[in-house]
Write a protein that binds this ligand. Sequence first.
Ligand code: NBP
Length: 456
Amino acid sequence: MSGDCNIGLIGLAVMGQNLVLNLLDNGNTVAVYNRTHSVTDDFVKQSANDRLVGADSLQAFVDALAKPRKIILMVKAGSPVDAVIDELQPLLDKGDIVIDGGNSLFTDSQRRSDALTPQGIHFVGCGISGGQDGARFGPSMMPGGDESAWPALKPILQGISAKTDAGEPCCEWMGDGGSGHFVKMVHNGIEYGDMQMIAEIYDLLRATGLNNETIAQRFDSWNQGRLSSYLVEITAQVLRIKDDDGSDWVDNIWDKAGQKGTGKWTAIQALELGVPGSITTEAVYARALSSRWEERQKLNAFYQPKQSLTNYDGLVDDAEAALYAAKLIAYAQGFSLLSEAAREYQWKLNMANIAQVWKAGCIIRARALDPIQKVFEQSPTLDNLMLSDFYRTELNGCESALRRLLARAIEGGVPTPALSNALAYFDGVRSARLPANLIQGQRNFFGAHEYERLPN
Ligand code: NBP
């Protein structure tokens, strides 16, 4: 049997429901199914849209779809995705398309793609960013997998995705296999670094005695310039939220950061591929360290008090320049991980397209991605963004601010793991000579490991 719905979606939690509303706004006729049927019933009733068809069984759901069927899965990442695919597969026909829009591990997407392709079912792993508002009004989308599915999906997915100021869709084909979810994973890794660096700047500014409102004003004004980005914008908003008793909400939040795993996956991939991903990795460690609250309290009482941070004229301006420099370096690390992954997994990743897709709708959207897109349009195979004229100009202009700020932070005992790593990476990657000669000498001395002599 085949129905009239041009797209179907399984999994009506917060992301699924908002994506369906977005699909409906953009003229699609949508079939929906959720494991707990009452969720489907309530959603269909509330939406009151005659282009929305609720199904109380997977068979009814599949029957409501026009062939070839296009089915988006928005269920919890991990085993629920496999459970749904296992149930769905016997009901599908050759040529049908299954799109996993959750935050799946890219190797799982690769495995699912490999399993479904021989059955004639096209599998697409599509990273989606932007949270529930993005899903509702235009997310950033990173589809990858079986490219023969793309022509049928392109108008639907680009229709609901965010658009850049120039009207470009924030949804482009990424590449084969698990590449879509890999790109989304790196997006999240950059997000971890970005959030940690913003938090470190906030920590430094409050250590100088600035209150939340004054810090919010700084972030507001930075958001008008080169640091313009979603995360800088919402930082100012978060700093201004009041609790019922009038106190600042942010001051009442327990300083233990949670994580769902995509930052850790990025760090693990950077280690696996031998690409420095130190900013993301430090951001993951920083969240872990923050969560060891009792240990921190004990150690705080155990050691002598920290030095206080000494202010200096221009510290706030330095903070802006330092954050900008570190943010650029974090993007450079992220794109260099993508380059290495493309080599290792033989994906044809288009870096300019990736920058474009991240320019709106997603959590790391930022003005800086515009020049980065241009760099890659001019030099599509550039291995490291730091080799571009844009980076050279910007980093030459901001480097000393980052050093001055970090020197004070280190003297004052304000922890800056991500900002410090940005500088360490910058200093390391542009060093013609590193002390690795000594490491090779030591390795050879105790273990007769091989070493190479310097080329003449
Ligand atoms: P959740 O990740 O909380 O998943 C809940 C959905 O999965 C419900 O529809 C639930 O059905 C369904 N489900 C589960 Br749990 N186990 C199932 C199973 N064995 N069989 C069938 N269905 C099952 O939802 P979400 O927060 O909307 O996120 C969906 C995906 O999007 C996730 O992969 C998430 O990581 C990703 N994502 C989320 C965000 C965000 O901001 N939340 C942003 C970007 C990406 P039930 O109603 O019957 O329990």
